[in-house]
Unconditional design. Structure first.
Length: 326
């Protein structure tokens, strides 16, 4: 019988941890064990978790970050598969059952993940389709399409590739997917097309914090993303990834009316002007719309049209006016 250990890191999670645990207990196929690692919470997290009596293995530690909390839970787990769940996300009732069926029908799998649904504060939902496993490589070089709360990972594989990296606040799961796919190949991954997880979007979501996400991505670009490439291939891949990354930042900045978006879209084209599987063709249309917007506020200023090319410095600096630091 497949034994699933659900590992939930929690930090000041009193607002949602109860709902997350209720979604676990509502599973049509019960997990082998449930582990909550309280990462130094100062609110009612402990009280709420303990209200579920002995059905939850509760671990309290000093605040050390989500990666350490996940690693603590994995070390304490006794199941042969680890299901990750963030404390503010929810599981559909059939999640464990559907994913165990995939695991038991395909013995060589290492990671089983699924589509998920964005859950907004006003109750609105938007489904995100599952990313095809056959396309995960080389897509994992430039994006992380697997949401941790959708994934179930073979415990022995985690033991082999190493724990979640500590010392970084974002993209730690991205590094795990990279290690696993380089070790086992994309055939060891399988996506379930049904949406089996609700990913809660709220104002303080870590994914909305531009600066730490930018630092993590740029740091990985300098290290793990391209470590197996050399020469011209490495240069081309680096420029393409930077072009995609800066384009995404430009869209985010424009959405919150920050004028720095122009700097980033210009840099995106200078790094890689072409479209393809990595950079969508509609970037050209978006650029034309941005250009039209700036022409409507026309200025006789060279830097208005050709900003100083310091995108990386703006992202990494603590003391500039760009909203990516907020």
């Amino acid at each position: 019988m497949t034994k699933i250990s659900i590992v939930i890191p929690a930090y000041n999670a009193e607002r949602y941890i109860g709902e997350a645990l209720e979604s676990v207990f509502a599973q049509t196929m019960a997990p082998y064990e449930i582990i909550v690692v309280d990462d130094g919470s100062t609110d009612r997290t402990a009280e709420i978790v303990r209200s579920f009596d002995k059905e939850v293995h509760y671990i309290k530690q000093q605040n050390q970050g989500v990666s350490v909390a996940r690693n603590t839970g994995i070390q304490a787990a006794t199941g042969d598969w680890i299901a990750l769940l963030d404390s503010d996300d929810l599981l559909r009732p059939e999640k464990i059952e559907r994913q165990i069926a995939r695991i038991e029908s395909t013995p060589n799998l290492v990671v089983v993940y699924s589509a998920f649904t964005f859950l907004y504060a006003d109750g609105a939902t938007v489904e995100s389709p599952v990313f095809p496993a056959q396309n995960l490589w080389p897509a994992l070089r430039y994006r992380t399409p697997i949401l941790p709360s959708t994934a179930i990972i073979r415990r022995s594989a985690l033991d082999e590739v190493g724990a979640f990296p500590v010392g970084i606040k974002y993209a730690e799961d991205w590094q795990i997917w990279l290690r696993l796919i380089r070790r086992y190949g994309k055939s060891a991954f399988q996506g379930v097309p049904e949406s089996l997880t609700l990913y809660r979007c709220w104002d303080n979501n870590a994914s909305r914090n531009f600066k730490p996400m930018a630092e993590a991505t740029l740091g990985m670009l300098d290290t793990i993303l391209l470590k197996d490439l050399t020469g011209l291939r490495r240069i081309i891949w680096k420029r393409r990834i930077e072009a995609r990354f800066y384009y995404g930042i430009a869209l985010s900045l424009r959405s919150i009316q920050d004028d720095h978006y122009w700097e980033f879209v210009i840099e995106s084209f200078l790094q890689w002007p072409f479209c393809g599987s990595m950079i969508p063709a509609h970037r050209y249309l978006v650029f034309l719309h941005m250009l039209w917007t700036r022409m409507r506020s026309f200025r006789f200023c060279f830097r208005y049209w050709w900003p100083i090319r310091k995108c990386r410095e703006h992202l990494m600096s603590e003391n500039n006016g760009c909203c990516v630091n907020k």
